[in-house]
Design a protein around this ligand. Structure first.
Ligand SMILES: Cc1cc2nc3c(=O)[nH]c(=O)nc-3n(C[C@H](O)[C@H](O)[C@H](O)COP(=O)(O)O)c2cc1C
Length: 453
């Protein structure tokens, strides 16, 4: 069921990424300049990456000890983040093929604004926009948007479903051939082909139409990373691409099987849902050099920086547990996928919380450390072993980590026929092997009562 060739996305951080990575001597702290991102974009396009991806959060995480101090002091993930859509616009201006994916929350945004932003980016880049749909999971985010606490998970996903429905209706509110540009008639746009949507639902009342024509890709590529049962169902219904994170090949294989089955249960072709686990490979000229880079990076991870990141991911205040004991079983309002991963590591390696902080901050998702050949062997095993359709690649430090990967690992994958040497198509959908949604495609995706389904 896998594609003949893998797909690669790059997980870029618009601020410090892995705890400690920003302290690595070769790391360049250029997060506040457009040049920095444009150079990464060129590197990724030279390496024929499918897309560049930006995660996002709408607060400075304060889950560790109810304070932003630990987060800021350690430069832990999320302590600073630029608005990804603006960053992507600057990257789109210096590239021709690279897909451009931004994270935007359905919990705190409005569908009209989001549909418009992504339609605009899709037009301006000739069909390269992608939206990572998140429902957000931090109390600190709720507090930046007029609320004392978050909506419960169930409600967040209900809102997300309706949000996607409205966004899709808005993208469809212009027929593909609505823009006529007949200067003689005059007929700028055919009014019969631009229609209001008159949506009235539980969460949103939106008249439409959008003030941007239908995007070149029909709908921008939709990405999602939910790991709860609700999240996986939402992803199977709406997503073209699913990001996930796993602590072992086996758990990646189980997840892959389950998502493809869920997609089929929603009446979709499972091949039209691409699953990309996140990996953080460390590559060196030899295995020994890669190991040395790993050790230097690991040394720079402050345990509290890792715990602060983990507290944010789980949305659990880990400062309340003893540092020199194991993390007990906890209720996780945040990312269940990350919790499963740390439970697996804690049990397997018998870690105290302090050690877990260091491990979590310095972990090499997928465990790929070695020469280009070693890393390519590992990726090939996952890809051909039914664990994924490709990978979301994190750099251990920016921007050098992306240069190492594209210059060393990509040619090795190409040599093995596992990765493209040229882009196949003009749009991101074409490069990902995804169909272009016809108008009203959303009707097949919305949840219906069992009697109607
Ligand atoms: C690899 C990965 C990347 C994610 N990136 C983000 C992100 O950038 N912003 C965000 O708010 N949530 C992010 N999430 C969280 C998910 O989108 C989702 O909101 C979260 O897992 C809670 O949903 P769940 O309860 O279905 O797991 C990410 C999750 C994973 C596994």
């Amino acid at each position: 069921m896998t594609d003949p060739q893998m797909h690669l996305a790059a997980f870029i951080t618009a601020g410090p990424g892995r705890p400690g990575g920003w302290r690595f001597p070769a790391s360049v702290p250029g997060w506040l300049s457009a040049d920095y991102y444009q150079n990464i974009a060129r590197t990724l396009e030279d390496g024929r990456f499918d897309l560049a991806f930006f995660a996002d959060i709408l607060s400075v995480p304060d889950r560790f000890g109810s304070s932003t101090d630990t987060q800021l002091r350690n430069g832990a993930l999320g302590s600073m983040r630029l608005d990804p859509l603006h960053v992507l616009s600057s990257m789109g201006a210096v590239t021709r093929h690279l897909g451009l994916a931004a994270t935007v929350s359905t919990t705190y945004a409005q569908p009209f604004t989001v549909a418009r932003s992504f339609a605009s980016l899709d037009h301006l880049t000739g069909g390269r926009a992608a939206w990572n749909v998140v429902t957000s999971f931090q109390e600190s985010e709720a507090r930046n948007f007029n609320r004392d606490e978050q909506f419960p998970r169930e409600k967040r996903y209900e809102r997300a479903d309706e949000f996607l429905e409205v966004a899709a209706k808005l993208w469809d509110s212009w027929e593909d051939d609505a823009l006529i540009l007949d200067t003689e008639a005059p007929l700028f746009a055919d009014p019969a082909k631009v229609q209001a949507i008159d949506h009235k639902g539980e969460w949103f009342t939106v008249q439409g139409p959008l003030n941007v024509p239908r995007p070149p890709q029909g709908y921008p590529v939709v990405i999602q990373a939910g790991a709860s049962a609700k999240g996986k169902d939402f992803a199977a219904r709406w997503s073209d691409v699913i990001f996930c994170s796993h602590a072992s090949l086996e758990s990646a294989q189980d997840f892959y099987r389950e998502i493809k089955e869920r997609a089929a249960a929603h009446g979709r072709d499972p091949r039209q849902v691409k699953i990309l686990p996140s990996i953080a490979p460390i590559v060196g000229a030899t295995g020994a050099i890669a190991r040395q880079i790993f050790e230097e990076l690991f040394e720079l991870v402050p345990p509290l920086g890792g715990l602060s990141t983990l507290a944010y991911h789980l949305d659990v205040d880990l400062s309340t547990f003893p540092l020199d004991e194991r993390l007990p079983d906890v209720e996780v309002p945040g990312v269940e996928g990350h919790y499963r991963e740390v439970r697996e590591i804690t049990e397997r390696e018998g870690l105290t919380l302090r050690e877990l902080g260091k491990q979590y901050g310095g972990r090499v998702e997928g465990g790929f450390i070695g020469s280009a050949t070693d890393v390519a062997d590992g990726l090939e095993e996952w890809f051909t072993g039914g664990a994924c359709d490709g990978f979301m690649v994190q750099a251990p430090y920016q921007p050098g980590g992306f240069e190492d990967f594209t210059r060393q690992v990509v040619p090795e994958l190409q040599k093995r026929g596992l990765f493209r040497t040229e882009y196949e198509g003009g749009t991101l959908r074409e490069n990902l092997g995804l169909g272009r949604p016809a108008a009203r495609e959303w009707e097949n995706r919305i949840p219906r009562p069992a009697s109607v389904a």
